[in-house]
Ligand binder design. Structure first.
Ligand SMILES: Cc1cc2nc3c(=O)[nH]c(=O)nc-3n(C[C@H](O)[C@H](O)[C@H](O)COP(=O)(O)O)c2cc1C
Length: 288
């Protein structure tokens, strides 16, 4: 892999950085990111995805200060923008590829923050010259972290991050949704699951649910009621951002499994597992 350190370490270092130094990204670092971005052309579920690194303009900064986002984003040096073709699992693919770049940026010492809220994406769509059938569901702010210093030296923040996550028993199950999966039962897969748990998600809603059935790990999306469904979302035709969260979870799971030598592949084949409620739907399975 192209990472300089363990992806498990990188996932633990990442956090949503909302304040950056007023500095452009160094040329060599920008080139590394742009090269990796250019090497990703399709997501793991087959949708063409195109990622571009853009430098932030004054007008981006102004709009970030306005209504746009639910967190204040200060001085980003640039944005990773994902343009994805339409398709049934396109947002999951886009989430996966952009998160892979987020982890690479983290490894390079940069801070990042996903922006999927109500931040206007039309100017990004224009700047990456989206073509017919493509859309920009989210962007990632990127730059050198302000004040926090080297996040690698911040074990406290890592612990805090984990505190703001749902406990295992609400996220991971065996065979059916009424049987929580313990870490011991997860065996070698306890680490990939924990790395899913530490992943970023829109408004930290953590909509991922995973059910283990033999050699299959079924990923479900538990939608937050009303989220993405509200009038404002509809009016602004925002992407279904919780599907990006699933792509992010898939990325953390697969990269960690690969690092641990656990081989498997993605398959979309709905299992005969009863969903606990109307908000929960099947997305994809990892098959060992
Ligand atoms: C798809 C997506 C969209 C997000 N949109 C925003 C946003 O618009 N503004 C913001 O400040 N944070 C945004 N976030 C960051 C989340 O709030 C953050 O990941 C979550 O609170 C967990 O915190 P952590 O990333 O520091 O671990 C987004 C995250 C994801 C995955």
């Amino acid at each position: 892999m192209h990472f300089s350190q363990s992806v498990i370490e990188i996932i633990q270092q990442r956090f949503s950085c909302r304040s950056y130094l007023n500095l452009p990204i160094a040329d060599d670092t920008r080139q590394l990111l742009a090269d990796l971005a250019a090497s990703f052309q399709v997501g793991p579920l087959g949708t063409p995805v195109r990622c571009v690194l853009l430098a932030a303009t004054e007008s981006d900064r102004r709009s970030l200060r306005g209504l746009g986002t639910y967190g204040f984003i200060k001085n980003p040096a640039g944005f990773l923008v994902g343009a994805v073709q339409s398709g049934e699992r396109n947002l999951e693919d886009c989430g996966y590829i952009l998160e892979h770049l987020v982890l690479y940026a983290t490894d390079l010492g940069l801070g990042t923050c996903w922006l999927g809220g109500s931040f206007t994406k039309s100017s990004f769509a224009r700047r990456v010259a989206v073509v017919e059938g493509e859309s920009v569901p989210a962007v990632v702010a990127i730059g050198y972290m302000a004040a926090r210093g080297d996040v690698r030296n911040e074990p406290l923040r890592r612990r805090l991050g984990a505190v703001h996550r749902l406990p295992w028993e609400q996220l991971f199950f065996r065979v059916s949704f009424d049987q929580p999966l313990s870490k011991a039962e997860a065996g070698a897969y306890a680490v990939p699951l924990e790395m899913v748990r530490l992943g970023p998600s829109a408004s930290n809603k953590q909509p991922w649910r995973i059910v283990r059935e033999g050699k299959a790990w079924h990923f479900f999306l538990k939608r937050t009621p009303g989220y993405g469904d509200s009038l404002i979302f509809k009016l602004m035709r925002l992407a279904d951002i919780q599907r990006l969260d699933i792509g992010i979870a898939m990325c953390h799971f697969a990269l960690t499994a690969s690092e641990l030598g656990l081989s498997g592949h993605w398959l979309v084949q709905k299992p005969a597992i009863a969903c606990p409620d109307e908000q929960t739907e099947y997305v994809v399975s990892w098959v060992e």
